[in-house]
Design a protein around this ligand. Structure first.
Ligand SMILES: Cc1cc2nc3c(=O)[nH]c(=O)nc-3n(C[C@H](O)[C@H](O)[C@H](O)COP(=O)(O)OP(=O)(O)OC[C@H]3O[C@@H](n4cnc5c(N)ncnc54)[C@H](O)[C@@H]3O)c2cc1C
Length: 391
């Protein structure tokens, strides 16, 4: 791992101040010879087969440099392909090209009326005997301009959420059109919408079986949320490091501002929260590597890491006074980027709701969502041992 870390640090020195600084695609291409884009891919695809515990270190260092670099290590959303029991030749080739940084994969789930409420998607992939015909529109999707392929979640039967399935769609397929949407941060990749008009998808573009969409989603996003939590902790740590320097350096009223105890107290609080969330990242990654259920751990750590990092970056801006408010420093960028991550890949309050569900049981959760019919079992409200339950 040391050689890979050195390659990332050395590239950071080369690219600082250039237009490629926050372009994950440029970084992936330059780091392909060091194996960085394939770190978490299996060996048979040319990857390094790194564990989640190893990968979080890479996401953290990239997040510390710049949150836009969260897309640099590993195969990213192409990992959805790897969650299948059988990966066909077409899909194997895509993974191999992603590992070499020739391909890049976006994921399109969100729609105008379906964000957190994924069951409500209306994009349809109707079977036509030879494959599927895809119609619909996705919004607020990252990476479309950089992507060679999009993994699209769609229903196979209208209104049947049980039939949500995933398909890999080449971005230049006839009937695929993208549009840009202005976003306040995370500009290293694009942000926008994509529409599908009678797009033909052969059977081999379907991932898993019809109706496997939720399983593929939760298997992949368990990993990805832990990864994004690690990137967030790194981003927050980078902001606090700048505050530490400034607390020592900045003179006011005859001495360094770091002598003010209220700033010392806040420094301690932010570093402690970031360290606590980092330990949660390691614990969640370890559960994943040990093949234990980690979906709720991932929800917990993604929510808390992003909030801790955002709190820390906002404080660091304040410590820097007017300088913190300028674009001469990257603190305002860290805040803008973290605000994006607070919503992307599961909004904080939705993820906290998943943790609460683990404690309260399905019944209250389903009632809160008006979903009494989906209740799987009723629960008592006596406190239960949260940690034991996760096994
Ligand atoms: C930077 C960025 C990148 C993104 N990239 C992608 C991408 O690549 N692909 C993609 O498909 N999508 C992407 N998204 C979209 C993202 O996944 C959704 O925005 C997110 O799931 C929330 O959906 P929504 O915006 O429709 O909010 P809604 O679901 O409408 O929720 C709005 C708010 O209501 C509250 N809320 C809703 N439901 C609940 C609940 N059950 N419990 C508690 N509170 C709730 C929360 O406060 C939530 O923030 C991205 C978004 C951002 C900001």
């Amino acid at each position: 791992m040391i050689a890979e870390f050195d390659a990332i640090r050395s590239l950071a020195r080369q690219l600082r101040g250039t237009s490629n600084w926050n372009s994950p695609i440029a970084w992936r291409k330059k780091l392909a010879s060091h194996g960085i884009p394939g770190l978490d891919a299996p060996l048979q695809f040319g990857g390094n087969n790194f564990s989640a515990t190893q990968m979080v270190e890479f996401f953290a260092i990239c997040g510390q440099i710049d949150l836009d670099l969260r897309d640099v290590p590993g195969v990213g959303h192409a990992r959805i392909i790897l969650q299948q029991e059988h990966i066909n030749t077409v899909q194997q080739q895509i993974i191999s090209r992603v590992v070499k940084s020739e391909d890049f994969v976006a994921v399109a789930i969100t729609e105008e009326d379906a964000g957190s409420d994924i069951r409500n998607i209306s994009t349809l992939a109707l079977p036509n005997g030879k494959g599927y015909i895809l119609n619909g529109e996705k919004l607020y999707v990252a990476r479309l301009e950089q992507a060679t392929h999009i993994i699209v979640f769609a229903k196979v039967i209208p209104s049947h959420y049980e039939t949500i399935s995933a398909f890999i769609v080449p971005i230049h397929s006839p009937g695929v059109n993208t549009k840009a949407i202005d976003a306040m941060g995370l500009h290293g990749v694009s942000f926008g919408g994509v529409s599908f008009h009678d797009v033909f998808l052969p059977d081999e573009f379907r991932l898993g079986n019809e109706g496997d969409g939720f399983r593929l989603f939760s298997d992949h996003f368990t990993y990805w949320r832990i990864a994004m939590a690690a990137a967030a902790v790194g981003c927050g740590r980078g902001a606090v490091n700048q505050a530490i320097d400034y607390l020592r350096k900045r003179q006011a009223f005859g001495g360094p501002i770091g002598r003010f105890t209220h700033l010392q107290q806040e420094l301690s609080r932010h570093i402690s929260h970031l360290h606590m969330t980092w330990l949660l990242v390691l614990s969640a990654a370890d559960r994943l590597d040990s093949k234990k259920r980690a979906y709720v751990d991932a929800a917990m750590v993604k929510a808390e890491a992003v909030e801790a990092a955002l709190d820390a970056a906002d404080w660091s801006m304040q410590v820097h006074g007017a300088r913190g408010y300028t674009t001469d420093l990257d603190l305002e960028k860290r805040v803008r980027d973290l605000k994006g991550l607070r919503v992307a890949d599961g909004a904080t309050d939705v993820l906290r709701g998943q943790v609460a569900r683990e404690l309260l049981g399905d019944e209250l959760y389903d009632i809160s969502l008006g979903r009494q019919t989906y209740t799987r079992h009723s629960v008592s409200l006596f406190p239960r041992n949260f940690w034991d339950q996760l096994d």
